[in-house]
Design a protein. Structure first.
Lengths: 414, 238
């Protein structure tokens, strides 16, 4: 039998009973659709994460106070929350391996202007913070060393803060209530979107020295810095770590994890990217496995319907054999039918998966600024070959059953 | 040279039993038979006599239990499944009592069905051959009708056209008029007569004496044995 004949036979078998074919394909459609959708979302999330990391820059280092959890995470950050002092910052600034050291104090409290009020995230940071986070001014100015030195009560606000408190009017020069104190707005920064799943456009930035004076704090919540141009990020990290260990009287264990006794946590942008990437990959794998199981279930559905088809068409099989069909012709016909069934199901699955991905991208784009429609060709190829694979695998049994019939017994079958 | 002189079909001491859970049911006993190329033979007998089983064995649809079957001098028992399929595709064809057309399929496609499995006839020739075969049985105006839209007589003529399309050496007809009224039956027998005069070997299986009379030779089977093998003298005029 020729290949073209095989294709004709397979399509005829499929279109002979359209509603049954569609129901049979449903399992495959859902399976392939789910695989395509989930890997697509995974890929989009990867883009979101990469976008957030790249906002920080690859040479950025972050430092938090607190002991590490037993698994190296930051589960028990609460102990030693006051480990990083202003003296530590001065010491780090004196290192040659890091530049642009930006200490941060997080403040809580409502922001009020006239009758408008909101709950912003307020951070007291030095001007280095702007370059570390790649923040650019839109209206007015960013705060500078003079504001820092004199601890002026000035505020640089995010675009969403400006929109919520001031509507369309120019906020520069206006005074807002932040906690107990009044601050003068000196600038509005360009919209950024989401960073590490946080809307940074709802942020208010005040000078670090002002935050320190207002909160009477003796410790810092976070520090960002850049590795110096002539050293590697890892070297800069090690340098800061050993400095802090020396200052805090910490002895790193000789074997095992050197950070085990630390009362601080340091991360490079690369590490953050790896962690987030691993989490996202794990999730994608998990969901894809679940989707893969539905492909197998769909394959069993195909096998069922092909068994019914063999029984229904026993007489036809006998006739074809009487007319000269070989065992392999019958085998090929039924395998082609199940492969064609799954292939068509796979195509419909891809189409519906892609449609869902567009919808997800629309919805997710509302609150994740970096979410972009993304699809992975490899996962689509994988899903379709898995679908055809299940079609062939689960089609073999019914096809063999059909092919092994003797012509005269098959023709006599009632 | 030897091949040419060998008869088309030669059977010696052929025996056939069906086995059901090791219970042996003998159907044919010690059949000896020679059929030459171009003959028109009727195998006649009452139902249950084993005539259909004999035809299935002759037509490569069933295996015999013992004895020998030589097709053009070649022992059939030594042929593998693929060789048998090849013979079924190229050398023989069948007309069945129940017509055995594919349902919901056009006359044209039903007639072309054997060509799917024919190793040498090119796909480009299919259409032309089918139209010729359909014209030969007088159904050109029904070419695009579905098989289930035809009368019994028309269905059997489609089956004859399907049997013709590969230009086989032997055409087997198993009770071809069994499901037909007398007028349709006469048309079908006419078509088979014509196949014979065109040079095909026709082997007809029937229980009916009048149908058997169309053939040039009648082999009578009774209880699985050949009772008589005689040339037809009282053949009705064409």
């Amino acid at each position: 039998m020729r290949n073209r004949d095989l294709l004709t036979l397979a399509t005829r078998g499929l279109t002979a009973n359209v509603s049954r074919s569609l129901l049979t394909m449903l399992g495959i459609i859902i399976g392939v659709g789910a695989v395509v959708l989930m890997t697509g979302i995974g890929k989009s999330m990867e883009g979101v994460i990469l976008g957030q990391i790249s906002a920080l820059g690859p040479r950025t280092l972050a430092l938090w106070p607190g002991k590490q959890g037993p698994e190296g995470g930051s589960a028990s950050l609460r102990s030693d929350f006051d480990a990083l002092t202003f003296a530590d910052i001065e010491a780090i600034r004196s290192l040659d391996t890091v530049t642009s050291v930006a200490p941060m104090i997080l403040m809580t409290g409502r922001a009020i202007y006239g009758r408008e009020q909101m709950e912003p995230s307020t951070v007291g940071a030095t001007p280095e913070f702007y370059s570390n986070q790649k923040i650019e001014i839109d209206v007015g100015r960013l705060h500078d060393e003079t504001d820092e030195r004199t601890a002026r009560k000035v505020a640089v606000i995010g675009s969403d803060v400006a929109a919520e408190l001031f509507w369309n009017s120019n906020p520069v020069g206006e005074r807002i209530q932040l906690g107990e104190e009044k601050f003068t707005v000196i600038g509005v920064v360009k919209p950024i979107g989401t960073q590490f799943f946080q809307n940074v456009d709802e942020r208010i930035i005040v000078p670090n020295s002002t935050a320190r004076a207002v909160t009477r704090r003796t410790y810092l919540d976070m520090v960002t810095m850049q590795a110096a141009d002539d050293v590697s990020v890892d070297l800069a990290k090690k340098d800061v770590e050993s400095l802090l260990r020396a200052r805090h009287g910490i002895i790193a264990p000789l074997t095992g994890d050197p950070t085990e006794n630390d009362d601080f946590l340091m991360r490079t942008a690369q590490q953050a990217q790896d962690t987030l990437g691993a989490v996202s990959l794990g999730l994608t794998l998990f969901i894809t496995t679940v989707a893969g199981i539905s492909l197998v279930v769909g394959g069993i559905g195909i096998m069922n319907i092909m068994l019914v088809a063999v029984t229904e068409r026993t007489q036809e099989i006998g006739l074809r054999k009487a007319l000269g069909a070989r065992r392999r012709d019958i085998l090929a016909q039924f395998l082609a039918e199940s492969a064609f069934l799954t292939f068509t199901g796979g195509l419909i699955g891809i189409a519906s998966g892609l449609v869902l991905m567009v919808i997800v991208a629309r919805v997710a784009g509302e609150f994740l600024a970096d979410y972009r429609f993304a699809w992975s060709i490899s996962s689509i190829v994988l899903a379709v070959s898995m679908a055809i694979g299940t079609g062939l695998l689960f089609g073999i049994y019914p096809a063999r059953k059909a092919a092994d019939l003797s012509p005269i017994e098959a023709m006599r079958y009632e | 040279m030897e091949k040419k002189t060998a008869p088309l079909i030669e059977i010696k001491g052929l025996h056939k039993s069906y086995f059901n859970d090791e219970l042996e049911t003998p159907v044919l006993f010690d059949i000896n038979l020679k059929i030459e190329k171009g003959e028109f033979v009727a195998i006649r007998g009452p139902s249950g006599s084993g005539k259909s089983t004999l035809m299935h064995i002759l037509g490569f649809l069933d295996h015999h239990t013992s004895g020998s079957y030589l097709f053009e001098g070649q022992p059939v028992s030594r042929m593998d499944e693929d060789s048998l399929a090849k013979i079924r595709a190229q050398r023989v064809s069948f007309v069945f009592q129940a017509f055995n057309l594919l349902p919901r399929t056009s006359v044209l496609q039903n007639v072309q069905l054997p060509l799917l499995y024919h190793p040498t006839i090119a796909p480009s020739e299919r259409r032309e051959r089918a139209e010729k075969a359909i014209a030969a049985v007088g159904l050109t105006d029904r070419m695009y009708n579905l098989s289930n839209q035809l009368s019994g007589g028309q269905k059997q003529r489609v089956a004859i056209a399907r049997a013709l399309i590969t230009e086989p050496d032997v055409i087997f007809a198993d009770e071809p008029t069994g499901n037909l009224d007398s007028v349709s039956g006469a048309h079908v027998m006419e078509a088979l007569e014509k196949l014979h005069t065109d040079g095909h070997t026709v082997i007809l299986v029937t229980h009916d004496q009048r149908t058997a009379d169309h053939a040039r030779r009648t082999i009578e089977i009774y209880d699985g044995r050949i009772k008589s093998d005689t040339p037809n003298v009282k053949r009705p005029p064409l």
